[in-house]
Ligand binder design. Structure first.
Ligand code: ADP
Length: 505
């Protein structure tokens, strides 16, 4: 009889770390969550302390094991999923971080990116990586660190100093310095990785002045990443899965085939559309990224980012204070049969996919004397659905992919009215699993498949529990077509306002 009874998932997120234990039947045996400090040392700067990240990982793993009444020796393996793009540099010999981690949200390299964007190098970067030249991604953060610390360069070239995204950092510590590796999904978010070659790209490294000696080895998301140092967790546990958070969530939903899509309705919304084993053609305003096949093998996806989703509801609650609590938005929306022509484009921090208009701002149009609070609240919820629809339309339009199963998770996906509106708008069913922690479940799935804990990837899907499916109402198609046209006009208004502003003082 096997003495291993669970897979451990470590979900190292932007505001906190989570550990989750999944049993052989896909049931969740225990979990723990802990926040850690965020540092904002100046306008646009966002940092983490790598030691605090690591501390929160260790303590949540210990607490989750205690909650499930398990010992480390009962773990068949572990998987890591992580906040993507965040950049860490540390010393191989001592494992000591060389300074703070620069978080994906940090904007310190905005000028550098603007200067690169219109150049031949910018075009090469876009073609090779499937990304856009933006401070969001790791390379300009690493370049910034190397330029400010000239003494690091030689040490980095000889492999004394190591670079990694957060997966690599946690992996290095877990294995007692034994493994310096990452997976394809994380590597594909750095601007240093060639989508076609599946590895670091020497020309991209040269553009950003990054010595290749400091880069982690790129491996498949489900596979061998070494074993944990017994001094760290008390047992030698195979690390068998690694994937970035959005890709892990897609995998956790069972989204591992061409046409599968998932949208996370959180503060912002992140949409991933699986394109199968081949890289899809470039689509304007849409990122191309690495995703996982059924057994964690390298596959591809389109990715869209809606910068404000649930945050629009937060703003109604905390900003203009017309809502007492986010869930109450649902009854407000139901209390009216339409917005009566009102639209709210919640471009509070600009617009993401497919417009990428950093200067756009929130816009309300179509107001009349009859406009009431409920209409504005409903317009905000509708805006979330319209924004996701725009991103999906941008992906599906120029490609030959047809949409398979559309799955939803994240805080605002709890809103039944929003899910139904989304289904009616997309005219496709929206599947919402009962389990909330799809990201961690995905990491557990990868590790469980790699270790043979589940002989088939479907083995971990029961962790979802019963899902609810929102079926589209065909009778609402005509309404939707008209409303959607109105939304697009409202977005054009927001974009026009932004473009006029940049022209006049
Ligand atoms: P994140 O992981 O980005 O912090 P969550 O997935 O926890 O976000 O979702 C929180 C967001 O969802 C908040 O912006 C909140 O306003 C929104 N939200 C939560 N519940 C609801 C609801 N019932 N209806 C609409 N929005 C909601």
């Amino acid at each position: 009889m096997s003495s291993t009874v669970a897979v451990l998932a470590i979900d190292q997120g932007t505001t906190g770390s989570r550990a989750l234990l999944v049993g052989r039947d896909g049931g969740i045996l225990g979990s723990a969550y802990e926040e850690f400090p965020q540092y904002f040392p100046g306008p646009g700067l966002v940092e983490h302390d790598p030691e605090e990240i690591w501390g929160s990982v260790l303590s949540t793993v210990e607490r989750a094991l205690a909650a499930a009444d398990l010992t480390p020796g009962q773990l068949v393996g572990l998987g890591i999923t992580n906040q993507r793009e965040t950049t860490v540099v540390w010393e191989r010999e001592t494992g000591r971080p060389m300074g703070p981690a620069i978080v994906w949200q940090d904007r310190r390299t905005t000028d550098r990116c603007a200067a690169l964007s219109g150049t031949p190098a910018g075009t090469l970067i876009r073609d090779r990586t499937g990304l856009v030249v933006d401070p969001y991604f790791s390379a300009t953060k690493l370049e910034w660190l190397l330029e400010r610390n000239p003494a690091w360069r030689d040490r980095a070239a000889s492999g004394e100093l190591l670079f990694g995204t957060v997966d690599s950092w946690v992996l290095f510590r877990l294995t007692g310095g034994g493994t310096h590796a990452t997976d394809h999904t994380n590597a594909s978010r750095t601007l240093l990785y060639s989508l076609d070659d599946g590895d670091w790209d020497p020309e991209l490294c040269a553009i950003f002045g990054v010595p290749e000696g400091m880069l982690p080895e790129v491996r498949d998301s489900a596979g061998h990443f070494g074993t944990t140092d017994p001094d760290v967790l008390g047992a030698e546990i195979p690390v068998a899965g690694v994937a970035g958070d959005q890709q892990a969530a897609l995998y956790g939903h069972g989204g591992w085939s061409r046409g599968d899509a998932k949208n996370t309705y959180g503060t912002g919304a992140f949409l991933l559309l699986h394109t199968g084993g081949a890289r899809g053609p470039p689509v304007p305003g849409v990122l191309t990224t690495v995703a996982c096949g059924p057994r964690g093998e390298r596959a591809f996806a389109y990715e869209g980012a809606v910068l404000i989703a649930g945050a629009a509801i937060q703003w109604l609650r905390d900003g203009i204070q017309i809502l007492d609590a986010a869930p109450l938005s649902e009854e407000q929306a139901r209390s009216v049969s339409s917005t009566e022509g009102a639209y709210f484009v919640p471009a509070l921090v600009g617009l993401g996919t497919p417009h990428w208009a950093a200067g756009a701002r929130g816009t309300m149009v179509g107001l009349s004397r009859g406009t009431r609070r409920a209409h504005i609240v409903r317009a905000a919820l509708e805006a979330i659905a319209y924004s996701v629809d725009d991103a999906l339309e941008a992906m599906l339009g120029p490609s030959d992919i047809s949409l398979g199963t559309f799955r939803a998770d994240g805080g605002a996906a709890r809103n039944d009215w929003l899910m139904q509106f989304q289904a009616d708008l997309l005219q496709t069913p929206v599947h919402r699993p009962a389990a909330a922690e799809l990201t961690a479940i995905g990491a557990a799935g990868l590790a469980g498949v790699a270790t043979g804990f589940w002989s088939e990837p479907e083995g971990f899907l029961p962790a979802h529990g019963a899902e609810r499916v929102f079926e589209p109402d065909a009778l609402r198609m005509a309404d939707m077509a008209g409303w959607r046209a109105g939304w697009k006009r409202a977005v054009r208004t927001a974009l026009f306002w932004a473009s006029e502003r940049s022209r006049s003082p």
